[in-house]
Structures are given as structure tokens and as C-alpha cells.
Design a protein around this ligand. Structure first.
Ligand code: 13P
Length: 261
């Protein structure tokens, strides 16, 4: 049984004060839920958010993630942040290969593979993002693109850590556009990813959680999360408000009446 995992990716949003206010709001709305909750603030707000989570009594309940990391542990890499630095500030997870990193910052799957190796050997769990563009989908190349991104990004994955790995399927055409993949489209992609993972990870592939990302909202989350291979969500815009993020979390908890709030 895979525990659902709902993660907030704030991208380049929220100051330290705003991050602390979010933690307070989350304490109000989160309640009990069997879902694993992760929040990825920008680097500058990680420390403040960690302190605010503790103050709100949520530090054991909500994990913190970096949105990116460098593959080297230290050195002359101006503007970059390393795995030991993320661990030091309280991160348990790191998001790797987000489509914005791939498209806007030239990050290839080879670079993602190096970062994954560094993250896993440094004690961070990774959320590895994959997803096709609209053009690739229209050209019926979705599965080919997902297969290549998975094979290359996971080329140096630590085989002892498959159960900790999280994959985020985020179709690029659904990110920040208000256009969500239908639950059927998303399930088909997730089933393909799971099958590909079984070739890479063998029996452990059944433990790898696959999140869906791309315009997830309180209104569409329950339908997506009910599908057999959709094990959670990576949420951008709707994760900025603690109430809507909590509503998505409750959508991932079967039988939770707060899901519709
Ligand atoms: P939106 O939820 O804003 O579409 O963003 C999705 C995403 O990129 C999460 O990583």
C-alpha cells in the first residue's frame, strides 16, 4: 500500500514572513490525515519555514523540500545550493528536473541523474519530475518522451532506495495553464510510468509513488487521486494558500469529509 504524498511547490514565491504565515494557516486547516505532506519553499525561506513549522507543532507532520540542488557538495558554483546545505536547513526531500528547470535553465536528464546521485548519497529523498510538452503529446510521442526522461534521469539511482523515490508526472501543457490532464489521461501516463519503472526497479517499482502535477485544484484533486496509479500530487498555484492546499490533502484521504470544503 503506497501512502499518498501531496507536495507544494511554491516556485519563486513567498518571503520569510509569508512562509511563516503559511505554516500558521496550515496548522489551522491541516487536521489529521494519512497523507504524507511536503512543502518546497524557495531557498531563502527554508529556514524561516522550518522554524515556523516547529512553532506551529507541525515539524513531524510536514516535510520540507528544496526546489533544486547542485550535484557537488561544495565549491566555486556561484548562486548554487548543495545537498548538505539543504539537509542542514531541515530538508527531507528535493525536487529534481522540474520542467521549468529543464526548459528555462537547460537542465537535461543527465544533469538530473547527477543531482539524484548526490541527493541520495547525501540523505535526501528525491521527487523526480518528468512530462511531455503539448507538441510532443500532439505528435503522439508522450510515452517515448516519458520513457527517455525516466531511463536517463534514473540511470544512476541507488537501487537500495527505490521505495523512497517519488516520480512527478507533470505534463508541461497542464502547468500553470488551468488545463488539467483528465483523470483518464493522467492514469494512462502513470500506468505507463509504473510499467517502465518495473523494468528499472523490479518488484520495488510497486512501492515508488507517482504524483500528478499540473493545475491540481481542490475541485479536481479527488478525481485524480482516486485513480489506481496516481499516488499524490505536486501542486503549484493552489499550494500557495494553506486552505486550498489542505483541501487537496484531504482529497487524498479517502472518506475525509473535509475534502469538499
Ligand atoms: P500548477 O499547479 O500551478 O499548474 O503548477 C504545477 C507544478 O509545476 C508543480 O510543480
Amino acid at each position: 500500500m503506497r501512502t499518498p504524498i501531496i507536495a507544494a511547490n511554491w516556485k519563486m514565491q513567498k518571503t520569510t514572513g509569508e512562509a511563516a504565515a503559511f505554516a500558521e494557516g496550515l496548522a489551522e486547516h491541516l487536521g489529521d490525515s494519512p497523507v504524507e505532506v511536503v512543502v518546497a519553499p524557495p531557498f531563502t525561506a527554508l529556514g524561516a519555514f522550518a522554524s515556523a513549522l516547529s512553532a506551529a507543532g507541525l515539524d513531524g507532520r510536514v516535510s520540507i523540500a528544496g526546489q533544486n540542488v547542485h550535484a557537488e557538495p561544495a565549491g566555486a558554483f556561484t548562486g548554487e545550493v548543495s545537498v548538505p546545505m539543504l539537509v542542514d536547513v531541515g530538508c527531507r526531500y528535493v525536487i529534481l528536473g522540474h520542467s521549468e528547470r529543464r526548459a528555462l535553465f537547460g537542465e537535461s536528464s543527465g544533469v538530473v541523474a547527477d543531482k539524484l546521485r548526490a541527493a541520495q548519497s547525501g540523505g535526501l529523498r528525491a521527487i523526480v519530475c518528468i512530462g511531455e510538452t503539448l507538441q510532443e503529446r500532439e505528435d503522439e510521442r508522450t510515452f517515448e518522451v516519458l520513457a527517455a526522461q525516466l531511463d536517463e534521469s534514473l540511470a544512476s539511482a541507488d537501487s537500495r532506495r527505490w521505495p523512497e523515490l517519488v516520480i512527478a508526472y507533470e505534463p508541461v501543457w497542464a502547468i500553470g495553464t488551468g488545463r488539467t490532464a483528465s483523470p483518464e489521461e493522467a492514469q494512462a501516463a502513470h500506468a505507463f510510468v509504473r510499467e517502465r519503472l518495473s523494468g528499472l526497479a523490479g518488484a520495488a517499482s510497486t512501492e515508488i509513488r507517482i504524483q500528478y502535477g499540473g493545475s491540481v485544484k481542490p475541485e479536481n484533486a479527488a478525481d485524480l487521486l482516486a485513480r489506481p496509479d496516481i499516488d499524490g500530487a505536486l501542486v503549484g498555484g493552489a499550494s500557495l494558500d494553506p486552505k486550498s492546499f489542505s483541501a487537496i490533502i484531504h482529497s487524498g484521504s479517502p472518506g475525509d469529509s473535509r475534502a469538499a470544503e
